[in-house]
Write a protein that binds this ligand. Structure first.
Ligand code: GLC
Length: 553
């Protein structure tokens, strides 16, 4: 195993960095993170599935784009029932994605380019292929092996009914009945997600100890941080009582009437956001603090309010939490203004910095959410430019910089467990492999021929990295300029943001000398006086057209 000392960039090895030498505010507070969905980023061996060597070959692209860090989705051994979020071994690499040596190469290469590396940690559940769960199935009810998970007797005659009424996020009951050693139906186990993802019992100290060793394993290999999967889960109300449901349960994320993305919250949620979870993150904070160089953590916590999000980022807990309120907002100046103000207000008391995110591998691509086509793309660029001006850090999802829209993946090709459990379309449409070059699938995704693991649209030739790099008006060229200006102007503008009252569907906010206008209305509006630094689309006669935003100084 390699230690962090072996991952330091050599002196003069610009723009690499040294994890030991950190001055001033931690690097992550205003970093631009780029989410790499490992299966779909770059395929080095031509099997149609992305891999770690593929990522290494594309790191210079991310440096040139102007990002500061990459977050890698799970690449651990897994039966891949939930695209790797069903982890069978937390301290290894699935051979489909490479080897531990490939991982070390990736960390070294990233650090050499000045890019930080964040990995995903999945503490709520394991795969049913994890050694712990296999042992639990073999063992008797009441055994130490079963006590690592949440096994219970069923209700009703013969225990034929699930132990409570909880639903899986992916649809259907959150319980599956195990078979006893003699082949007869036995206890049920809890899975808030797919049945292949049994929930761990965080009231058992063995579980916390195991995850501390997982953190240390990756920290010792030089990772700069962790993205924590469903960070608001882990603990369930100890009684496992029925949930009182106030509206119909909808699987996963869905659209509200304004077209915004929401995770439906019940009034009563005995399975989410329990107070005990914060002790876990205090412990993780202490572990990360033992390592040099501002190692960080970011929570994926679909909490109900900005206030509940803020609890995860108290000074002795996690570094950041994804700001899903921004992602969930519809294309509306009023909604954006409200989110900016409530985010700042909620984080200020705990001294945490904000994050801004519009896309990830679980939600419909922003171009499509904002109406699709030219309008959707114009709005997606405008919202991204607004977000890149805001204090805090920004998260981009692969392909967002190309302006990719949601793909209508044909039913036969779909892989999301949500699709299999409910017949709902699911999340595959935002997970289609990145188009790099060429005029037909796999568009340079890998050396193979034909379609990768999820089929790419045949008409993506104009959306490849190669094609967009050659076009100064492309979405990619726009993102490159925006990230460069962000470093030069926005980051030098302090952390105060002043949101002006929304008038006629136009959002205006200032960050020191930087003035940002986002036109969410149907009519052109006057540009503010000053130097125009960057616009998200063409300007007309000193006017800011609808669906466009601008930075002025
Ligand atoms: C998170 C992941 C999602 C996964 C789920 C279960 O929400 O982002 O992709 O399906 O957790 O691990």
């Amino acid at each position: 195993m390699t230690g962090p000392e072996q991952h330091q960039a050599a002196p003069g090895d610009a723009p690499g960095f040294d994890q030991e030498k950190v001055a001033g505010s931690p690097w992550w507070r205003d970093a631009v993170f780029y989410q790499i969905y490992v299966r779909s980023f770059a395929d080095a061996d031509g099997d149609g599935l992305g891999d770690l060597p593929g990522i290494v070959s594309r790191l210079p692209y991310l440096r040139e784009l102007g990002t500061d860090a990459v977050w890698l989705t799970p690449f651990y051994p897994s039966p891949q029932h939930d695209a790797g979020y069903d982890v069978a071994d937390f301290c290894a690499v699935d051979p489909r994605f490479g080897t531990l040596a490939d991982f070390d190469t990736l960390v070294d290469a990233a650090h050499g380019l000045g890019l930080r590396v964040v990995v995903d940690i999945v503490p709520n559940h394991t795969s049913w292929a994890h050694a712990w769960f296999r042992a639990a199935l073999e063992a008797a009810p009441g055994s130490a092996e079963r006590a690592r998970y949440i096994f219970r007797e069923g209700r009703g005659p013969g225990g034929d009914e699930p132990p409570n009424n909880w639903q899986s996020v992916f649809g259907g009951p959150a319980w599956t009945r195990a078979t006893g050693a003699d082949g007869t139906p036995g206890e049920w186990y809890l899975h808030l997600f797919d049945q292949s993802q049994p929930d761990l019992n965080w009231r058992n100290p063995e579980v916390g100890d195991m995850f501390e060793s997982v953190l240390r394993f990756w920290l010792d290999r030089g990772v700069d941080g962790f993205r924590i999967d469903v960070a608001h889960s882990l603990f369930k109300e100890e009684s496992l009582r029925d949930q009182v449901r106030t509206h119909e349960v909808v699987a996963g994320q869905t659209l509200d009437e304004d077209g915004g993305m929401v995770t439906p919250h019940e009034d009563d949620e005995p399975m989410w956001d329990q107070p005990e979870v914060h002790d876990v993150y205090r412990r993780w904070h202490r572990v990360l603090a033992e390592y040099p160089g501002d190692r960080m953590s970011v929570a994926e916590a679909w909490t109900k309010t900005p206030e509940s999000m803020a609890r995860f980022v108290r000074p002795d807990e996690l570094s950041q939490s994804f700001n899903f309120a921004w992602l969930a907002a519809p294309w509306s100046a009023t909604a954006f203004a409200r989110v900016i103000e409530s985010t700042v207000a909620a984080l200020e008391p705990v001294g945490a910095s904000a994050t801004w995110v519009l896309e990830n591998h679980d939600v419909i691509r922003v171009v499509t959410r904002y109406g699709g086509g030219e309008v959707g793309l114009a709005r997606a660029r405008a919202a991204a430019l607004a977000m890149l001006a805001l204090p805090g850090s920004a998260y981009l999802y692969q392909g967002q910089e190309l302006g990719l829209a949601q793909v209508d993946v044909p039913p036969a090709a779909r892989q999301d467990p949500m699709w299999f459990r409910t017949g709902e379309v699911g999340r595959d449409g935002c997970r289609v492999p990145v188009p790099w070059s060429g005029v037909e699938p796999p568009f340079g995704f890998g050396p193979g021929e034909g379609q990768p693991w999820l089929p790419q649209p045949e008409d993506w030739a104009a959306l490849t990295v190669e094609a967009e790099s050659a076009d100064s008006d492309s979405t990619l060229s726009f993102f490159r300029r925006a990230l460069e200006l962000r470093r030069k102007v926005a980051l030098a503008s302090g952390d105060e943001v002043l949101v002006h009252p929304v008038v006629d569907g136009v959002l205006r906010f200032d960050r020191a000398e930087l003035r940002v206008v986002v036109n969410c209305s149907q009519a052109s509006v006057d540009l503010p006086p000053g130097e125009i630094l960057l616009a998200s689309g063409p300007l007309t006669d000193d006017q800011l057209p609808p669906d466009t935003s601008v930075w002025v100084r």
